[in-house]
Design a protein around this ligand. Structure first.
Ligand code: F0G
Length: 464
């Protein structure tokens, strides 16, 4: 395991004050938010681990780039910076800037997916799945079965089951317009995909003549794990590993809000001129002219710089080292986690931690509320509230009840992480007194964002 640098490989030039609330204030605040952490004001959150997306601190070099942004409608110099960075880092010649990752998905699937067609992925992220469905396609998750076993410590739990992929393509080749691979695999706990798996997926796609795209959000974190865990890469540079990973693909969608270290942005990139030309039409319609797409020139400039910065081994060792620091401290406190620790966050197994709460009362939701009350920490439920309902109206209970603590890049210190650990330990100490929740208001779609809840039963005294 590559050791973490002695301290952060950067120093702090600007600070953003945080408000520290009392437990009593937080009890009131979460109650007025309908016990939904999404409805809290961010100023009332001390340590915000809702997402690692768009929450990074940019470097001085990126901020400097903002001032150099060329805001021309066509032929912007900042587009050239972005195109150059994408060519250098990923090896793709054609780039369409988009306002964020899901916009790249929208354009790609509009270009490629027809009604009834199947899109295999190791594990679709929610927006990717929703965009396939919106084009009347059928998302198919083909991640290996171990991804669903929280305690399994295999090194590459994000791998796709290539046997299943080959079967699908052998039997239904004409129904599959493209294959995707999400690296790292967010929905399975930020687990990486091995180079061997990327290579094999690519080989199978080539055999069947199907385009292969990568959902590249956390590509540098994935490359770090390959360097650390896969034979033959221990001395390779991250840049070389990334180039090899993408050499097997026809293109990628990217949410720059993750591993490009910016607060907004994304792109679709490909080596296939035909796909690029077809996608360009949709880009103009939904995002903007192809040399700015959904972005200001200054944002393209910041992304271009972020794409090079994220390749630093010191940066990645610190970044992933901090995620591990949090996981190690939580484990010491007996908090059950998804193993091994992933790249961008720690996932707590809420079903295990709050085993007295039945799934009908949403244990992971209860844990996310309890962490806020105890420490002002905001995580996100990845469980049955998020899963929503099936077409027959029943709750579509999730296979795992998790709370994700996603860590923004270059934002918090280890002492902030210690506060998170203390909050989790306090929840553990009173676990059996923590109530489940039921809906008071439940919107028909994407219910987790705006639903309101109340604690179930009479045992709410301890926390609420
Ligand atoms: N793909 C993956 C794997 C993601 O994690 C995300 C976003 C997207 C695509 C969409 O990108 O937000 O820029 O439109 N994930 C965020 C998260 C929202 O919190 O995990 P976007």
């Amino acid at each position: 395991m590559l050791s973490r640098p002695l301290a952060e490989p950067y120093r702090i030039k600007m600070v953003e004050p945080l408000k520290i609330t009392t437990r009593e204030q937080r009890q009131e605040l979460i109650k007025s938010a309908g016990y939904n952490p999404f409805l809290l004001k961010s100023q009332d959150v001390y340590i915000d681990l809702l997402t690692d997306s768009g929450t990074s601190a940019m470097s001085d070099n990126q901020w400097a780039g903002l001032l150099l942004g060329d805001e021309s409608y066509a032929g912007s110099r900042s587009f050239d910076s972005l195109r150059q960075a994408v060519q250098d880092v990923f090896g793709f010649d054609y780039v369409l800037p988009t306002h964020q990752g899901r916009a790249a998905e929208n354009i790609l699937f509009l270009t490629m997916v027809k009604e009834g067609q199947i899109v295999p992925n190791n594990m679709h992220f929610d927006t990717t799945k929703a965009h396939v469905i919106q084009k009347r396609g059928r998302p198919l998750d083909l991640v290996t079965d171990i991804a669903y076993v929280a305690s399994d410590t295999s090194p590459f739990k994000g791998d796709m089951d290539t046997h299943k992929l080959d079967q699908v393509l052998t039997n239904q080749r004409d129904d599959v317009p493209l294959v995707m691979l999400t690296i790292t695999c967010n929905s399975a706990g930020g687990q990486p995909v091995s180079m061997a798996n990327i290579r094999e997926v690519s080989k199978i796609c080539k055999k069947h003549g199907v385009p292969f795209f990568i959902d590249a959000c956390r590509f540098a974190e994935n490359a770090f794990f390959i360097r650390e865990r896969e034979r033959g890469y221990e001395n390779a540079s991250i840049a070389d590993i990334v180039r090899e990973m993408f050499s097997y693909a026809d293109g990628c969608t990217m949410s720059a809000k993750k591993d490009a270290l910016v607060n907004i942005g994304g792109f679709l990139a490909t080596r296939d001129e035909k796909i690029y030309r077809a996608a360009m039409v949709w880009c103009v319609l939904f995002e903007g002219f192809p040399t700015y797409g959904g972005l200001a020139g200054r944002d393209m400039e910041a992304i271009a710089r972020g794409l090079y910065e994220v390749l630093s081994l010191d940066y990645l060792a610190e970044r992933i080292g901090q995620v591990r620091y949090l996981a190690d401290r939580l484990r010491e406190q007996g908090i059950p986690l998804v193993e091994p620790t992933g790249g961008h966050g720690v996932y707590i197994d809420a079903q295990k931690m709050l085993s007295h709460i039945p799934k009908e009362q949403f244990p992971a939701w209860a844990l996310s509320v309890a962490l806020y009350v105890e420490g002002g920490v905001r995580g996100v439920e990845i469980g049955s509230v998020l899963s929503g309902r099936r077409p027959d109206g029943e709750n579509d209970y999730a296979r795992m009840e998790l709370v994700r603590l996603a860590i923004p890049r270059r934002v918090y210190t280890d002492r902030h992480m210690d506060v998170v650990v203390a909050a989790a330990a306090a929840v553990r100490d009173k676990a059996s007194a923590i109530p489940g929740f039921r809906f008071v208001e439940e919107p028909p779609i994407l219910r987790h964002f705006t639903a309101k809840f109340e604690p179930v039963g009479g045992r709410t005294g301890v926390l609420f």
